[in-house]
Design a protein around this ligand. Structure first.
Ligand code: NAD
Ligand code: G6P
Ligand code: MN
Length: 441
């Protein structure tokens, strides 16, 4: 079988060790001959790179491994780029979360003003790595899960329409795993229907392969417990704040009992509750810096000091194996059914063709083919159209350098109460992001 050459962009990510170990665990399904880490922060990446070098020498000596900040070296002769960059790193995530909170508004990585600020930074970084990929490996595919995925996907649609970039999110995968626990099944046994934008959608059906529908049984459970399940798998979604999020799905279902909600809808449907339950001095960025980031980089230091990765503290992120499923779908034309972020083009019948939506797709060697989800009802449609317009305005603001359009985007976000508050937040975000955003006039 062909062995693939892979570059991970954002090599210094807290998710890199888990994903590399997951790929090792999947070598029979997806053989890798060469793996390169690429990052623009040499020091951050080197800590993980050195540790992984030791680990891979022990566990996969035949695999050619390196890490670099040189784009040419990283992107030459690659089949796949797995991209998980965070432009501005946790330092800027913390500001995305804390600045809106100072104005009494949701402070979140991908939703509301924080997501908009992050989007304005991410577009530049994403275009940079897409252009490197196309320059050095024109046939390479990028499997992107850098956030905020909706804004990134819309920017790709407008600015790099021909590029082989696939945008995917792990939230539906994680939630399906919880649903499968609720009904005592394995996720592979289930097939879903779903419509929405990224971090903004609903499941309309959860069936087994024989066609038995489980959605009512799952709704019964969620109406009491949210998506909190008794069986837990070790993922980043174990932290207290994520447990609260899974529980909150109960209140999301109460307002709209027709479908099963994506947990991120809580920021749009219960922003007052979320703000009241946030700590302006200690947000999710702090929880991650004190938790996952510390654990991963401490484990890396230990490996380097000991010179061995035996009992290392790096763990397989088996939750991320959907990335291998996606790479396999492209490489081996498996026609895997997956939720992807794609151009609508009629998949949701009564929604704009040029919207980047999240729907089930059949993925083969030409990429994803969306499955039609029919017409959607007024409540979901109105919420989605409002959010879609926010995302489109952000990308237009980025391209045109338009202060006015970004102000409109913030004003239209369901998380912000008025144009005045939107302007106050925008002015603070501009100051905080001066190194990263295009100039707005
Ligand atoms: P992190 O800050 O630990 O890692 C991101 C890395 O990207 C850093 O090492 C940084 O130096 C690097 N980087 C920034 N700009 C770059 C550029 N222009 N070129 C190359 N490298 C660059 O962040 P993390 O918490 O590990 O998350 C990584 C990304 O994955 C984020 O975008 C996060 O939102 C995303 N994520 C997505 C999903 C999903 O389902 N879509 C799930 C988890 C994480
Ligand atoms: C989910 C989402 C991702 C998001 C992540 C945040 O997995 O799908 O898009 O990046 O949560 O996790 P964190 O642990 O960094 O808050
Ligand atoms: Mn996501």
């Amino acid at each position: 079988m062909k062995k693939f050459s892979v570059v991970i962009a954002g090599g210094g990510s807290t998710f890199t060790p888990g994903i590399v170990m997951m790929m090792l665990d999947n070598m029979e399904r997806f053989p890798i001959g060469e793996l390169v880490l690429y990052d623009n922060d040499e020091e951050r990446q080197a800590q993980l790179g050195q540790a992984l070098k030791i680990l891979l020498k022990e566990q996969a000596p035949a695999l050619k491994f390196s890490y670099t900040t040189d784009p040419k070296e990283a992107f030459t002769d690659k089949d796949f780029c797995m991209a998980h960059i965070r432009v501005g790193k946790y330092e800027m995530r913390e500001k995305d979360e804390k600045i809106p909170l100072r104005h009494g508004v949701i402070g979140q990585e991908t939703c509301g003003p924080g997501g908009i600020a992050y989007g304005m930074r991410s577009i530049t970084g994403m275009l940079e790595i897409i252009d490197y990929m196309e320059e050095y490996s024109p046939d390479c595919w990028m499997l992107n899960y850098s956030n905020p995925a909706s804004i990134v996907a819309e920017a790709c649609r407008v600015l790099r329409p021909e590029s082989k970039v696939l945008n995917i999110c792990d939230m539906p995968v994680g939630t399906l795993r919880r649903m499968s626990q609720i009904i005592n099944k394995q996720p592979e046994e289930l097939e879903v229907r779903y419509f929405g934008l990224n971090h903004f959608g609903w499941w309309t059906s959860v069936k087994d392969k024989e066609g038995h529908e489980y959605i009512d049984q799952i709704k019964d459970y969620v109406s009491e417990n949210g998506y909190l399940t008794k069986v837990e798998v070790d993922t980043q979604h174990m932290d207290q704040s994520w447990q609260d999020t899974h529980k909150k799905a109960k209140d999301l279902l109460a307002v709209n009992p027709s479908y099963l909600p994506n947990t991120y809808l809580k920021y749009y449907l219960y922003p007052d509750y979320e703000v009241a339950n946030s700590n302006e001095k200690f947000t999710r960025a702090n929880e991650v810096m004190d938790g996952r980031e510390k654990e991963v980089f401490t484990a890396a230091r230990n490996i380097i000091e000991k010179g061995t990765a035996v009992d290392s503290g790096f763990h397989i992120d088996s939750h991320a194996s959907f990335i291998v499923d996606l790479a396999r779908a492209i490489a081996f034309n498996t026609h895997e059914r997956m939720l992807m972020i794609v151009e609508n083009n009629g998949a949701i019948a009564n929604f704009p063709d040029d919207a980047m939506v999240e729907v089930p797709c059949i993925v083969g060697n030409n990429g994803p083919e969306p499955l039609t989800q029919g017409k959607i009802p007024a409540f979901e449609h109105a919420m989605m159209f409002q959010q879609l317009t926010v995302e489109k305005l952000v990308v237009e603001a980025y391209i045109e350098g338009s202060y006015q359009k970004l102000w409109q985007a913030l004003t239209l976000s369901k998380t912000i109460p008025s144009a005045k508050v939107a302007k106050d937040i925008l002015d603070d975000l501009i100051t905080a992001n001066s190194e990263y955003w295009p100039e707005l006039t």
